[in-house]
Design a binder for this molecule. Structure first.
Ligand code: FNR
Length: 365
């Protein structure tokens, strides 16, 4: 019989208490140095208190130029790790598995936060030159002055070192899962997609070339991540650009076993973000789940589904029907930090979750 939403999930020697993960979500709430603040502590802490199995940080930049906005979280120094460590510890105290998304925003970096319009920030406004596989800025590829520089081989070597150093710091700060962010049009996705990668060296060209950097970084992160703890990779299954040469679900299905080979335990299957012309076929319930299913057919790695998962019964059905190993819930967690505890009530599984003892009188315990 298949598992359900409240069945623990064991990956390597790590046991996650249930199949709900808080999807990584930028909060744009750092001061301009990338250090976690009280906001992050409260935000992630309340979702750990709310019963989720895995609580993942927002995209956490492995170097300053990898931030989407100057207010993004970072992990490029020991001070950053020190600011994150209490968050990981609190999540563990609450029974959740703390996870960190290691990220570089590539050509989509150096913007204002969404509530200020996500506008490109120029250097004289506190912005910076962005990096990408090819010198094509986002969202206007012909923008002048050009704000995006093609990465050199030295840049690529430096990037790999930064990912490794970030993973080591995250490990020492107490995180139990590292997720490599290779989705949503950010740097590693930019290497994967022919829309953004026009390189003619070994990091571009054919499928093997374009996937090289993601495979290498996954392998190197795995190399410093403890053997008993999981590594995830988030991918965009498709560029949603059916009319042009682009990254497709079949490419992702081909990539997944290669990621597993270099040590990825779970592929977190999202979609889109590479180009403003993308055509999103649907954004309703489970809108990306079919991509996760296609990926799962092609790999022994676990698969996480994300996108439009808002209802307990819906999340439970994904697990029971073997459509995914993990139900990854984003915006519903912004509406309800206690999604998992509420799901347990609705699914008559109250005895399989722990309300905080401080709150038990509210639920008749
Ligand atoms: C996101 N998303 C996102 N994804 C990611 O991989 N890293 C990130 O830092 C962010 N940041 C972010 C911020 C906010 C405010 C939102 C709403 C979303 C995408 C998110 O993790 C998720 O994949 C999508 O929101 C789809 O899932 P839901 O919201 O339909 O459950």
């Amino acid at each position: 019989m298949s598992e359900d939403l409240f069945a623990p999930l064991s990956i390597r020697e790590t046991t996650v208490r249930n199949r709900v993960m808080v999807s990584p979500m930028c909060q744009y709430s750092c001061d301009e140095d990338g250090l976690a603040t009280d906001w992050h502590e409260t935000h992630l802490g309340s979702r750990a208190t709310g019963g989720a199995g895995i609580v993942m940080t927002e995209a956490t930049a492995i170097e300053p130029r990898g931030r989407i906005s100057p207010n993004d979280l970072g992990i490029w120094s020991d001070d950053h790790a020190d600011a994150l460590a209490p968050i990981a510890e609190f999540a563990k105290d609450r029974g959740a598995t703390p996870a960190i998304q290691l990220a570089h925003a590539g050509r989509k970096a150096s913007k204002t936060p969404p509530w200020d319009g996500s506008e490109p920030l120029q250097p004289d406004e506190g912005g910076w030159e962005t990096l990408a596989p090819s010198a094509k800025p986002y969202p206007f590829e012909d923008a002048t002055p050009p704000r995006t520089r093609k990465m050199t081989r030295n840049d690529i070597d430096g990037l790999k070192e930064d990912f490794v150093a970030a993973a080591e710091r995250a490990r020492d700060a107490g995180f139990e899962i590292a997720e490599v962010h290779a989705a949503h049009g950010y740097l590693l996705h930019e290497f994967l997609s022919p829309v953004t990668n026009q390189r003619d060296d070994e990091y571009g060209g054919d499928f093997e070339g374009r996937t090289r950097l993601v495979r290498e970084i996954t392998e190197e992160v795995r190399g410093v991540w403890p053997d008993d703890k999981p590594v995830f990779v988030r991918v965009s299954a498709t560029d949603w650009l059916p009319d042009r040469e682009s990254w497709t679900v079949e490419d992702t299905a081909e990539l997944a076993p290669l990621l597993a080979e270099v040590g990825a335990d779970l592929v977190d299957v999202s979609a889109g973000g590479i180009h403003p012309d993308q055509q999103i076929p649907s954004s309703g319930p489970n809108y990306q789940v079919p991509y996760a299913e296609r990926v799962s057919e092609n790999t022994d790695a676990l698969v996480g589904a994300v996108g439009g998962i808002t209802e307990p019964k819906q999340a439970d059905a994904l697990i029971r029907n073997d459509r995914a190993d993990l139900a990854i819930v984003g915006r519903e967690h912004l509406r309800d930090p206690y999604f998992t505890l509420h799901a347990a009530e609705e699914l008559d599984a109250g005895d399989r979750v722990e309300w905080p003892i401080q709150y038990r009188r509210a639920v008749g315990k």
